[in-house]
Design a protein around this ligand. Structure first.
Ligand code: ADP
Ligand code: ADP
Ligand code: ZN
Ligand code: ZN
Length: 826
């Protein structure tokens, strides 16, 4: 690494030194990073930033930690593998704050994520107002996740799940014989059912709607399970047997309680709907706990307040401390010293969230509804209070998904972490964040094999001198600006009286046949407007099936919508994974693998052996490795640690059995093809048209560095999104589709943003309409039209502040976006 800053001897103690790092694409990297500083890792996607920051530094810190706390785990850890690095010295313990990690469970909330829930429960337990004669409850009694606190009806979930008639009998004109009861197992539509139901005196050939209500209710809901003699079918020689009748509901419950098959469970879940629990009103808490109040609210009501309102409610109590007005008598409730102390602590902690622009969230909000950026800021705020020092925080793009106005307070918080004696290693693309770093490690020059070298390591200003750094080009204004096509809209879509979340009776116009950026601070309502309301209206108008049933589970509240007929297709290009198992990957998702499998099946040797295309699928028993069932790895049980994986001992990750791997095409096995990068495959498969079309579009969106077989579960949200976009581009024809994208540039280097934006403009040039939720100023400035929401988040937002060309919006008064956009356009 030619440009590495020379570290003098007396500085040495303050540096982490890495020697011979070769994880993934890293090319035997030697680098020194300062501690007690903010170090930014930069480079195009796939250059190796994460491989160094997470794959090497964080992985090694974690390995050392586990070795020290659990020496018995050493052998198992060896099996999992240490990072590929010769030596690291001076490495402090590390904490990773990654965006893509930490799949939220439905029971975790903003309150549990930030640990504020513990304090709130303590407050109710120790200082709440109890009904006359009630005895004090322990803090656990205020948690729905404990036996002491859980509502007995919903077991703390706050929701009741039950079957509903509409879902179980979707078409009332059908007869039972025709399958009116969709919730019953298929086999039941046969002889078994005929005997049982007609044996009970119910006619099988009457349309459902004409059956007696009493019979309908009985068939769907009875808890009786009568045994009925099943007569043998005429002409068959068996003797008949006793069959057990189960109502549709009993059947659904039986499957949910007993079936091991996720597919069966998923199938019956279609007939189940969830409603707020009637006993606890959705709080998940038992009645005695809900009877306790603080400042007039029970803990369920308090959890529903936004943080801004919570602080307003608790501050007067917290301030009694200063006034010396607290009493020491424990019995007198809300003005005791305990109450004052807990409230003061709560107010201080919540203040950090307000500073980070998260005042619109409430402690009770389910963590599954948070955006990755919101979740990461919550975790950062929590760390800030943890009082740790001397650790390295390894962060994955802390600014991703943030409006520039939201990024500033976040950076202040990072400064606080640093000044309390910690180091920050930050993988980052946002140049405004990079400029604030003390040190920059620029990796490149390209992606995958074309990257993996340290181009520069030193103070930020020094990067200017480095030729060949794409980051340097962008940081010091040498890169070409994005194209600015300037188009006129062809008509408009009008929405009137939209009401959802914080949008109240909103009216907005979306111009057609142009590229529109919807902007605004976090929580202003961008996603609600674009990916929920607009998407749902157009989807329903077109009668398209939902991408994900959960997202369509709401009524669209809008007075009037015109212009929906302008589109013939809706395409949502979002960051959701392209598959939830390692069995799906880039090649299977884009359909390109089909072409490859056919290619292998057509080789002379495969034909001689009679191997069809199915043989070359790692999901089919014939061709795959049986030890790992085609997964390429096996899970290793580490005590107390969640699932860890090691390469399969039989196929060493190849996924196929030895016979399948005997077939080669131009010297490569099918497993070799899966380990090619898109760039390499484009060359190898250049004369296979069905494959090269996909490969070309993947390269056009900047994904040339991805390996074909990279499991869906290892891809970042941004990569998944670009794969979807490439798949769309591959079939793109002239048309009138509406493309909706939520923050497509998040996680991308400015050079990759330029590639992506060029592709989006191509879609518009072909006659389509593109609407983006966006924070990146380069991208906003290159849009034809901007719709700015705000002015703030939550209750402070939800209004259209300005619309028009980027230049016009940049001059708008009262817009949080305008000053940043104006500076950018200048
Ligand atoms: P960046 O963080 O700069 O986007 P990464 O460090 O994630 O880049 O990736 C660098 C290279 O390593 C890429 O070519 C990528 O495909 C490869 N890579 C990433 N993760 C893995 C993995 N788990 N196994 C093998 N290769 C990987
Ligand atoms: P943006 O996309 O601009 O960050 P959102 O549309 O996500 O804003 O949020 C707008 C408002 O709606 C915020 O107050 C947010 O807390 C609220 N909100 C968003 N999603 C949900 C949800 N699933 N449940 C309750 N409130 C929500
Ligand atoms: Zn309940
Ligand atoms: Zn195997």
């Amino acid at each position: 690494s030619r440009y590495t800053w020379a570290v003098t001897d007396d500085q040495r103690d303050h540096f982490v030194r890495v020697r011979g790092a070769s994880e993934h694409n890293l090319k035997n990297v030697d680098v020194d990073l300062p501690r007690d500083a903010m170090v930014a890792f930069t480079g195009v996607s796939g250059s190796g930033k994460s491989s160094l920051a997470f794959g090497t530094l964080y992985a090694e810190a974690q390995r050392r930690y586990f070795e020290s706390v659990a020496p018995y785990a050493r052998r198992l850890l060896q099996q999992v593998g240490a990072p590929h690095v010769q030596e690291i010295t001076g490495l402090p313990p590390a904490v990773a704050l990654q965006q893509r990690r930490g799949a939220a469970s439905s029971r975790s909330t903003v309150g549990t994520l930030t640990t504020l829930s513990n304090l709130l429960r303590m407050l109710y337990s120790r200082a709440g107002t109890y009904p006359e004669g009630a005895s004090r409850l322990a803090a656990e009694a205020f948690s729905p996740n404990t036996a002491a606190g859980a509502c007995p009806r919903c077991h703390g979930l706050g929701e009741e799940h039950d079957v509903s008639e509409e879902l179980m009998v979707p078409d009332q004109s059908l007869t039972i014989r025709e399958g009116a009861i969709a919730a019953w197992p298929g086999a039941w539509q046969g002889a078994n059912l005929r005997s049982i139901v007609s044996g009970l005196g119910i006619d099988l050939d009457t349309p459902w709607s004409k059956l007696r209500a009493k019979d309908q209710q009985w068939l769907l809901f009875t808890e009786e399970q009568p045994k009925v003699m099943i007569e043998p079918e005429p002409g068959r020689v068996d003797h008949g047997y006793y069959g057990l009748f189960r109502s549709a509901r009993t059947h659904v419950h039986h499957v949910l309680a007993n079936s091991q098959s996720q597919m069966m469970r998923d199938k019956v879940m279609r007939f189940v709907q969830s409603v707020s629990c009637s006993a606890c009103g959705g709080t998940g808490l038992q009645a005695d706990s809900l009877a306790v109040t603080f400042r007039g609210l029970n803990i369920g009501q308090l959890n529903a307040l936004s943080f801004s309102d919570l602080v307003t409610l608790l501050r007067p109590v917290a301030e009694l401390e200063e006034a010396g007005a607290a009493t020491s008598s424990a019995g007198s409730g809300e003005a005791t010293e305990v109450a004052v102390r807990i409230c003061a602590d709560l107010v201080a902690r919540v203040q950090v969230l307000l500073d980070l622009g998260l005042g619109y969230l409430s402690p009770g909000r389910s963590s599954t509804t948070l955006s990755p950026g919101e979740a990461q800021r919550l975790r950062i705020a929590t760390q800030l209070r943890s009082g740790l020092f001397g650790v390295v925080y390894v962060l994955d793009e802390p600014s991703a998904g943030l409006h520039p106005a939201d990024a500033e307070p976040l950076l202040d918080v990072l400064d606080t972490l640093k000044s309390s004696g910690n180091s920050l290693f930050v993988v980052e693309h946002d140049l405004d964040v990079v400029r604030r770093a003390d040190w920059i490690i620029d990796i490149g020059p390209g992606a995958g094999e074309g990257g993996g070298e340290v181009l520069y390591s030193g103070p930020v200003a020094g990067l200017e001198q480095v030729a060949g750094s794409i980051t340097g080009d962008h940081l010091f204004g040498r890169a070409e600006p994005l194209v600015r096509p300037q188009r006129q809209p062809h008509g408009r879509l009008h929405l009137h009286g939209v009401t959802r979340h914080n949008l109240q009776d909103l009216s907005v116009e979306i111009p057609l046949c142009v590229l529109t950026a919807v902007t605004g601070v976090s929580g202003s309502g961008k996603s609600t407007l674009v990916t929920q309301v607009l998407a749902e209206l157009v989807r329903r108008h077109l009668g398209q099936a939902p991408d994900d049933a959960e997202d369509s589970d709401f009524e669209v509240d809008v007075d009037d919508a015109t212009g929906l007929e302008s589109f013939d297709r809706l395409v949502r290009v979002d960051q959701r994974p392209i598959g939830r198992t390692p069995r799906s990957n880039l090649a299977t998702y884009t359909g390109l693998f089909d072409a490859v499998r056919k290619l292998y099946a057509a080789t002379p040797e495969a034909r001689r052996r009679g191997y069809g295309a199915g043989r070359f699928s790692f999901n089919v028993a014939d061709g795959r490795c049986e030890t790992c069932q085609g997964e390429g790895f096996v899970s290793v049980e580490l005590l107390f640690l969640p699932g860890t994986y090691a390469p399969c001992p039989s196929c060493h990750g190849a996924r196929y059995n030895a016979e399948t791997l005997e077939i080669d095409y131009r010297g490569k096995t099918i497993a070799d093809v899966l380990s090619l990068s898109v760039d390499e495959a484009a060359e190898f498969l250049s004369d296979v048209p069905a494959a090269s079309r996909s490969l070309t579009t993947l390269r056009e969106v900047g994904l040339g560095y991805l390996r074909l077989g990279q499991p869906a579960t290892e891809l970042s949200g941004g990569e998944a999104q670009r794969i979807k976009l490439a798949t769309e581009l591959q079939r793109a024809r002239r048309g009138h589709a509406l493309y909706l994208l939520d923050e497509p540039t998040s996680g991308l280097h400015p050079a990759d943003i330029a590639l992506l934006v060029r592709q989006l403009h191509r879609l518009v040039d072909a006659g389509n309409t593109v609407v983006l939720v966006e924070h990146d100023l380069d991208t906003i400035a290159s849009a034809d039209w901007v719709i700015d929401l705000g002015p703030g988040g939550g209750d402070q937002g939800g209004r259209v502040i300005a619309t028009g060309t980027p230049e016009k919006v940049a001059r708008a008064k009262g817009s949080a976006t305008a000053p940043y956009l104006a500076k950018h356009l200048a």
